[in-house]
Design a binder for this molecule. Structure first.
Ligand SMILES: Nc1ncnc2c1ncn2[C@@H]1O[C@H](COP(=O)(O)OP(=O)(O)OP(=O)(O)O)[C@@H](O)[C@H]1O
Length: 148
């Protein structure tokens, strides 16, 4: 059993894609273990993207996650923990690779992602490895918020 963190990013919220994205994830047969509307502070965004520190685009990615480039209220993202067998790889498969131009056209990022304001706006985050998932879930959720 693996757990994975999924974030519906500000571009997807603005485009009203939450239902579409969740429908596809639900079709994978995973179990929802937690869900919340999260307010994204700069500290939280920088910690989430600690691996991007020092890149030329990190500041724009942080601004993007805080909702600065999209018309949404209250700097929000929607956060979910899903669990199940091979949950991490299954979700990554259907969301597609980081760059929407390179993602398979049928994937969420291939269909709905775009490059805008110097940042890749790719609708959804999903953990890339078990180590990332543990770190990210601890960042976005308290242990008692996860239903085992
Ligand atoms: N070359 C780039 N130019 C602009 N933005 C980028 C670039 N590479 C990554 N990003 C932005 O940084 C985010 C994190 O990049 P990362 O390499 O962790 O990819 P990812 O794991 O596919 O994405 P995420 O962590 O958001 O799910 C991307 O989602 C994108 O918004």
């Amino acid at each position: 059993m693996e757990k994975t963190l999924i974030l519906i990013k500000p571009d997807a919220i603005e485009k009203r894609l939450t239902g579409v994205i969740l429908d596809r994830i639900e079709s994978l047969g995973l179990q929802l273990a937690s869900a919340k509307v999260a307010v994204v502070t700069e500290k939280l965004a920088r910690e989430h993207y600690a691996n991007l520190a020092g890149t030329p685009f990190v500041d724009n990615v942080v601004k993007f996650m805080m909702g600065n480039f999209n018309n949404i209220e209250n700097r929000r993202v929607y956060a979910f923990v899903y669990k199940g067998e091979d949950a991490i790889a299954k979700v990554r498969h259907i969301i597609g690779v980081t760059d929407p131009d390179k993602a398979d056209p049928w994937t969420i990022r291939g269909q709905f992602g775009q490059k805008k304001n110097g940042v890749i706006q790719n609708c959804v985050h999903a953990s890339g490895s078990q180590e990332d998932a543990e770190r990210e879930i601890a960042l976005w959720f308290k242990p008692e918020e996860i239903v085992e």
